[in-house]
Design a protein around this ligand. Structure first.
Ligand SMILES: C[S@@+](CC[C@H](N)C(=O)[O-])C[C@H]1O[C@@H](n2cnc3c(N)ncnc32)[C@H](O)[C@@H]1O
Length: 293
């Protein structure tokens, strides 16, 4: 399948980059390289460091290193360890951190990676294939209590306990191996209550848990300000309320402390024309802040 990942809120991201003062940008979620490529084209004096924990994303991006020789360097790494990349690069500061969180279309539409309940695949969901824990291990070995907590905490699923019980009952008879098997167990348990597939929240919660997405985001935020130049910016696009809440409250706390100035009083969301072209952008929210102290 020919997958294309369309970078979300691209025009808006570029508008928040000050071409005059920006020298180094870390694209912490390189993905399909859409944002990085546009930045390299728009700002000829800017250097980009691209990070992604998915090695396929990095392999795919190598052609950008060729096309923009000396201006972009890619690293396979979790962005929670961006400081290690900076130290390898001999850099102490950057001017912009860009985070476009979640999964790319490449990951979502590749059935072998197991992120989508729309496609039959193994229950994997690891963005970094070197991780030990897969969604399958969680589903087949965690207790009912643990599953309930994951579904509730990371999926905000009202029927967490009922679904966890259905999973535990099912696996007494047979190991749950594929994405469609899990999706069917969930649909049979709670049925269709809205236009959204009943397994949506369960898949979201497993993905967040397996990849420790909230933990990585918090660790990144805690370190980020120590590496941002004065006047440097944090540009963060999130796709669900859990991560948006983390970003919003971090920005607010640091504004109160006089360290950051929030540049987006309300989060920026895609315009109608973008939504029409790229319906997957519908839940995107972008928040930007600037280091002032
Ligand atoms: C929404 S996509 C980014 C798309 C990209 N901005 C573009 O325009 O093509 C998110 C990417 O971030 C990566 N990612 C998510 N969490 C990460 C983390 N903690 N560390 C490194 N990469 C991460 C995923 O593997 C995925 O490729």
């Amino acid at each position: 399948m020919n997958v294309v990942h369309m970078p979300v809120l691209l025009k808006e991201v570029l508008e928040f980059i000050d071409g005059e003062r920006t020298k180094v940008i870390i694209d912490c979620t390189f993905g399909g390289g859409g944002h990085s490529k546009a930045i390299l084209k728009e700002f000829p004096a800017v250097r980009v460091i691209g990070i992604d924990q998915d090695e396929e994303a990095i392999d795919r991006g190598r052609c950008l290193e060729e096309a923009f020789k000396g201006r972009i360097k890619l690293y396979k790494k979790n962005f929670r360890y961006f400081d290690q990349v900076l130290s390898e690069e001999g850099l102490s500061y950057v001017d912009v951190f860009l985070l476009d969180l979640g999964v790319s279309s490449y990951l979502l539409f590749d059935e072998k990676r197991g992120f989508s309940f729309m496609k039959k695949g193994p229950l994997d969901m690891r963005m970094n294939k070197d991780l030990e824990l897969t969604a399958g291990k969680v589903i087949n070995s965690f207790s009912m209590e643990e599953l309930t907590n994951i579904f509730f905490q990371y999926g905000e699923e009202r029927h967490s306990r009922k679904i966890a019980k259905a999973i535990v009952d099912y696996r007494k008879k047979k190991k749950i191996e594929t994405t469609d098997e899990l999706a069917n167990i969930v649909s049979a348990c709670i049925g269709y209550r809205s236009k959204i597939h009943p397994a949506t929240r369960i898949f979201q919660s497993l993905r967040i848990y397996v990849n420790d997405e909230i933990g990585a985001l918090k660790e990144f935020l805690d370190k980020s300000l120590g590496y941002l130049t004065l006047g440097g910016r944090l540009i963060i696009i999130s796709f669900h309320s859990l991560e948006d809440r983390v970003v919003k409250s971090f920005f607010k706390d640091k504004e109160k402390e006089g360290i950051l100035k929030i540049l987006t009083k309300k989060p920026i969301v895609p315009r109608k024309d973008e939504l029409k072209l790229n319906p997957r952008s519908r839940s995107a929210k972008m928040r930007v802040s600037e280091k002032v102290q």
